[in-house]
Design a protein around this ligand. Structure first.
Ligand SMILES: Cc1ncc(C[n+]2csc(CCOP(=O)(O)OP(=O)(O)O)c2C)c(N)n1
Ligand code: SF4
Ligand SMILES: [Mg+2]
Length: 324
């Protein structure tokens, strides 16, 4: 059967790596939003792989300006359409990676949300600055190794917990905040359509596995993305008009974080270096806290509660050593 791509919003031919979760997420969002959408883009992988000069994979209007200003450009498009009376039936979607969104572009994003501009903003969260060679961002998870948070004798990798951007965004009192995953690809179109059904600013963050930066098997992208949720490492939820609706918990129960960490080279040091196993306790404790936050204390598995206790003891020991 011949493949017909005439109805595609993001057409084949883009140059992402094999198994790229960001490409999966972007293709799904674009298709769910439809061709009557104007997209804006930060600088980053998705900008590069969809617009290799002189070609483009976009069958809808798409604007790239700078690394930091995708939300501001989306606002500008919204005001231009409004001024010309052409807003009816048109979606405006700003997009950016985790670096473009949570670091350098956070001011532009906050401004758009605070003004109440009628746009959807989508963040492809692959947890580092991938396009420039895997530098740490504020959305890089705890103990992941990147080129600017390398693991070695002096460090276990990134030593700061992930910035809670969905909470920061929700604090702007916007009607829709969604946290989805490239691994739950059937859920994403529903989230996009739900978001677009509201007037005003909307935010959607999508966990996007990056086989090149995470050093994972490209054929396992969807599996790894689902493990992120099933271990409590990456909670999935929506905040709709102030009410938090978590994704339904995994059918077979919460899994140990090791299942998520092991298939990824960025966490390999935790399994290879002496003392690494002990450090995984800290990641398990963070995952336990995530499960408690969205599903209550009863939902937290015993192994996660034990890890929380151990992590507390480790922190107290460290504090005592530092003040001795
Ligand atoms: C002001 C500015 N600083 C730095 C860069 C270089 N730069 C381009 S893309 C990028 C990383 C993008 O990371 P992210 O937003 O997470 O997107 P990803 O590539 O991971 O999808 C950087 C640092 C730039 N283009 N402009
Ligand atoms: S580096 Fe990562 S995000 Fe960028 S195209 Fe490759 S897999 Fe996708
Ligand atoms: Mg990134």
């Amino acid at each position: 059967m011949e493949f017909d791509y005439r109805d595609r919003v993001l057409v084949p031919g883009y140059t992402s790596c094999l198994g790229c979760g960001e490409a999966m997420a972007m293709r799904i969002v674009a298709q769910a939003a439809g061709k009557n959408t104007i997209f804006t883009s930060c600088t980053g992988c998705s900008e590069i792989f969809t617009s290799r000069y002189p070609t483009s994979s976009w069958a809808a209007p798409w604007i790239h300006s700078l690394f930091e200003n995708s939300a501001a450009v989306a606002s500008g498009v919204y005001y231009a359409l409004k001024h010309r009376g052409k807003l009816e039936g048109v979606n405006v979607i700003g997009t950016g990676g985790d670096g473009g969104t949570a670091d350098i572009g956070i001011g532009c994003l906050s401004g758009a949300l605070e003004r109440g501009d009628d746009i959807l903003y989508c963040c492809w969260d692959n947890e580092a600055y991938m396009n420039t060679g895997i530098q740490r961002s504020s959305l890089t998870p705890f103990y992941a190794a990147t080129t600017t948070s390398p693991a070695g004798k002096a460090s276990w990798g990134n030593d700061r917990p992930k910035k809670d951007i969905p909470a920061i965004v929700a604090a702007h009192n916007i009607p829709y905040v969604g946290v989805g995953s490239c691994g739950y690809y059937r859920e994403l179109p529903r989230m996009v359509k739900k978001a677009l059904s509201y007037r005003g600013p909307k935010y959607l963050q999508i966990h996007s596995v990056c086989p090149a930066g995470w050093r994972s098997d490209p054929s396992q992208t969807a599996v790894i993305a689902r493990l992120a949720f099933e271990t409590g490492c990456y909670p999935l939820y929506e905040i709709i008009e102030g009410e938090t609706k978590p994704h339904k918990p995994p059918k077979e129960g919460w899994k140990h974080v090791e299942e998520y960490l092991k298939p990824q080279g960025r966490f390999r040091h935790l399994f290879r270096a002496e003392g690494g196993e002990g450090q995984i306790v800290r990641i398990q404790a963070l995952a336990g806290a995530n499960i408690r936050k969205f599903y209550g204390d009863d939902a937290v598995p015993d192994f996660a509660k034990e890890a929380e206790k151990k992590a507390e003891e480790m922190a107290e020991e460290q504090e005592a050593e530092a003040t001795a």
